[in-house]
Write a protein that binds this ligand. Sequence first.
Ligand SMILES: Cc1cc2nc3c(=O)[nH]c(=O)nc-3n(C[C@H](O)[C@H](O)[C@H](O)COP(=O)(O)OP(=O)(O)OC[C@H]3O[C@@H](n4cnc5c(N)ncnc54)[C@H](O)[C@@H]3O)c2cc1C
Length: 223
Amino acid sequence: MKVFLIYAHPEQESFNGAMFGKAQETLLQAGHELRISDLYAMKFDPVSGKNNFTTLENPHFFKQQLEELHATSKGAFASHISTEQEKLEWCDLMIWQFPLWWFSVPGILKGWVDRVFAMGRVYGQGRIYETGVFRGKKALLSLTTGGMPDHYLKDGLNGDLGGILRPIQRGILEFTGFSVLDPHVVYGPARQSQEEREGELLRWQERLLTISAETGIEVGHYR
Ligand SMILES: Cc1cc2nc3c(=O)[nH]c(=O)nc-3n(C[C@H](O)[C@H](O)[C@H](O)COP(=O)(O)OP(=O)(O)OC[C@H]3O[C@@H](n4cnc5c(N)ncnc54)[C@H](O)[C@@H]3O)c2cc1C
């Protein structure tokens, strides 16, 4: 399987860094092909704007989606944007490794989506959800939290994690056609013992060894 792994954490020695390292090691050993975007190491600029493009159709009034349609037909995406789009198009499975920040992804990853998931190339013109451009591909969120599992229950302090992830899983991934796999969550690694964290890395490794057999979670759950 062709796997595209995206990593969004500023510290390589973090627990997220360990999850990222474990995923690379496990997927390669299992014989999968791997491409990576380590967003902080790449110093990926998350600010979307005119520099997404090499030329603009309308230099007087910037409207991003119209420029995206134009760039799709003219091949006018900046090279660092089209490189990321090619990785999306190449993969069978996309994995995001990130810490939950403010009930969402870190800004660097949100900005990556803002810039890379372009109208025309990645969605639009009738190609959304069931007819999405990435139909047949799978996506998996692998995340850590500061909060503990009971904080993320329906009646817990923060509420149901599925609801928190809905804007990402439904609004970005399913919207562009991906089948979403069950998210992989490590709750509160900083509050765990060393042994518990090592157990979590093993659990991640075991999941990845059979990941190609997994199918998407029930789409209706996220409606
Ligand atoms: C801006 C911001 C917003 C946030 N918003 C939220 C929120 O909305 N909800 C929420 O729940 N939390 C939130 N948090 C907390 C955040 O989600 C957690 O701090 C984060 O998920 C913990 O993961 P980490 O990789 O940073 O852990 P780290 O603190 O880096 O790691 C935890 C421990 O694991 C150890 N470790 C590293 N490698 C290994 C290894 N190989 N084996 C064993 N142990 C290892 C580290 O040394 C460390 O002791 C927020 C944090 C920030 C900064």
